[in-house]
Write a protein that binds this ligand. Sequence first.
Ligand code: NDP
Length: 442
Amino acid sequence: KERNPHQPEFIQSVEEVIESLSPVLEKKEIYRKYKILERLTEPERLISFRVNWMDDNGDIQVNRGYRVQMNSSLGPFKGGLRFHPSVNYSILKFLAFEQTFKNALTGMPLGSGKGGADFDPKGKSDEEVMRFCQTFMNELFRHMGQFTDIPAGDIGVGNREIGYLFGQYKKLRNEFAGVITGKNVRWGGSWVRTEATGFGLIYFACNMLSTQKDSLEGKKCLVSGAGNVAQHAIEKIIEMGGTPITVSDSSGFIYDEEGIDKDKLKVIMKIKNEDRGRIKEYLDHYSNAEYHENKEDEEFNPLWDIKADCAFPCATQNEINKKDAENLVNNNMVLVAEGANMPVSKEGVQVFQNSDVMYAQGKASNAGGVAVSSIEMTQNRMGESWSREKVNKQLINIMNTIHKDCTEAAEEFGFKKTDYVHGANIAGFTRVANAMIEQGIT
Ligand code: NDP
């Protein structure tokens, strides 16, 4: 805390992991001797830079760009870019720290990183977004490379932004290389990358349910967010026979008691991806649904108090507080699996851990996105483009393996097999820690 004042999100994510790891650190002295925790919590490199660009009125705007190169023990730095006004060191360091464990869990050759800018793409024209991305890349390109650091998307960085960023990188370096993932499949991207985080989340949830000989069939599901992760989680829930009944954005949420089906999902995708509109516009198409506008002074989010069987938070960090977690538990939720990174507050996590709800954190359950990014990198290096079926099959295998590794790690250290919090932290930590020891004090 003293080393990182004013970084509450980073401290929250580190404290949660440390609590989980105490049995490992007690049992294995070598991790203490090599000061693994101290080294894991200090980024290898922090980059911060000015991004000035001109808006459509001819006024100059100044933003701050960042890249946190967290840990390269298992491979080149890898993690998304977030464009959102809230972006700062605390948020990016928490995301990069979580990424270390997540990337390790995939079993693929991936180090960890995260980056972005305090830039808000909302309400900006395509031309403004392009100019911003180009200036951002004018600095970031010198820190990237297919064997050094490979960014991807995150909140506010979707297909459009990835295109502009990649285009500028190519111009500056004069090379067409796999230095960014999430590219369009028509120019170097991989099938299923766009869908991978949401699909992977639901594959993971199916694994969780199968430990109870259960499935998603007939389950009512709460989903938050309406972006990349939420949309494809909804798509896969429908495919698996479940019924998504909510969707949200930063202004409010929709509750559609009749369920969101494939046609309704198409409408959501049009509103959010093409029109860049608000989720409230869902009511223009389906007037039977309800809309709840977010209020500043609300103690809890009524979305998480709707009766259902499964909950998939897919918007942003700390969107479920202690009261929300209590509501979910009191409503007898079967499962909570995180699509977003750290969507549950520290107190909320404790509520889940002391309950019968099966609960998985994003490190494990949302790792499908970065796993398919790694598959995209492999295709880029080999100069190949694999089929949708092949990539999807690999994604399913990876999520199954992550699930197995988590349950085995939990059991090995005396926790319940379905304690995914301890299982994921321990399995991820062990992989990175061993690599750090084997590579010496660098
Ligand atoms: P998008 O930008 O595509 O969507 C984010 C969604 O969350 C939007 O609907 C947005 O609403 C909503 N949102 C953002 N901030 C808030 C807030 N403060 N309160 C309520 N809603 C909010 O991002 P992604 O779907 O890519 O990312 C969502 C989460 O998943 C993030 O935590 C991200 O780190 C995580 N993640 C993403 C991966 C990926 O592959 N994309 C991989 C692994 C994790 P609005 O439209 O109003 O901004």
